[in-house]
Design a protein around this ligand. Structure first.
Ligand SMILES: O=C(O)C(=O)C[C@H](O)[C@H](O)COP(=O)(O)O
Length: 197
């Protein structure tokens, strides 16, 4: 099964019910983006619950990376190649998945010792067509596309041999999360995890 992590939390009170909802509906990995003041405390609370691997996303600086690791994040995700963040993650042995958008950035990622990158923002860049072309020349680097992925286009990505996971926020809509509608979120999560089997 390829995993599909996701995404933004604005209120740490949502963290624990969200973890239960993700785990019960077959989602073993979640990325909490560091885009809200509640992100770090949410990561901390989510990590207390077994059954879910919680990572931090939108990690742009070494300070953020350090805080995320201190909060318990077991992987880090960045939108681009932040070399100081990559070196920090490597120095503390925490998996880092930085974003690449071109063959040159892929080459740079390889020279930094990476064998897993994010392809971001996937749909805006050219989607499956561009990723297939990049994968044909860098087949040994595993890729996690994110950005604009949805139930209508995810299978095209998952079918590519170098794609090991996809990320997306569609299964946790902000309005449902704010309203605490974990029934609806659960349905979307279950449907998403079915898509990856
Ligand atoms: O900044 C990062 O490190 C990220 O991981 C970005 C997220 O992957 C995308 O924001 C998800 O994109 P959507 O599914 O289109 O909402």
């Amino acid at each position: 099964m390829k995993d599909c992590p996701s995404d933004v939390i604005t209120d740490e009170a949502s963290a624990l019910p969200l973890v239960r909802c993700l785990v019960e509906n077959g989602m073993p990995v979640a990325e909490v983006t560091l885009r809200t003041p509640a992100a770090l405390s949410s990561i901390r609370r989510m990590c207390e619950v077994p059954g879910l691997q919680v990572g931090a996303g939108t990690v742009l600086t070494v300070d953020q990376a350090t805080a995320a690791v201190d909060a318990g994040a077991c992987f880090l995700v960045s939108p681009g190649l932040h070399e100081d963040v990559i070196r920090y993650a490597q120095s503390v042995n925490v998996p880092i998945i930085p974003g690449i958008a071109t063959p040159s950035e892929m080459a740079r990622a390889i020279s930094l010792g990476l064998d897993l990158v994010k392809f971001f923002p996937a749909e805006a860049l050219g989607g499956v067509r561009l990723l297939k072309a990049i994968g044909s020349v860098y087949p040994d680097v595993a890729v996690m596309p994110t950005g604009g992925i949805s139930p209508s286009n995810i299978s095209g990505y998952l079918d590519l041999p170098n794609v090991v996971a996809c990320g997306g926020s569609w299964m946790i809509p902000a309005s449902e999360l704010a309203a605490g509608d974990f029934e609806e979120i659960g349905e979307l999560v279950r449907a998403a995890s079915e898509l990856t089997k």
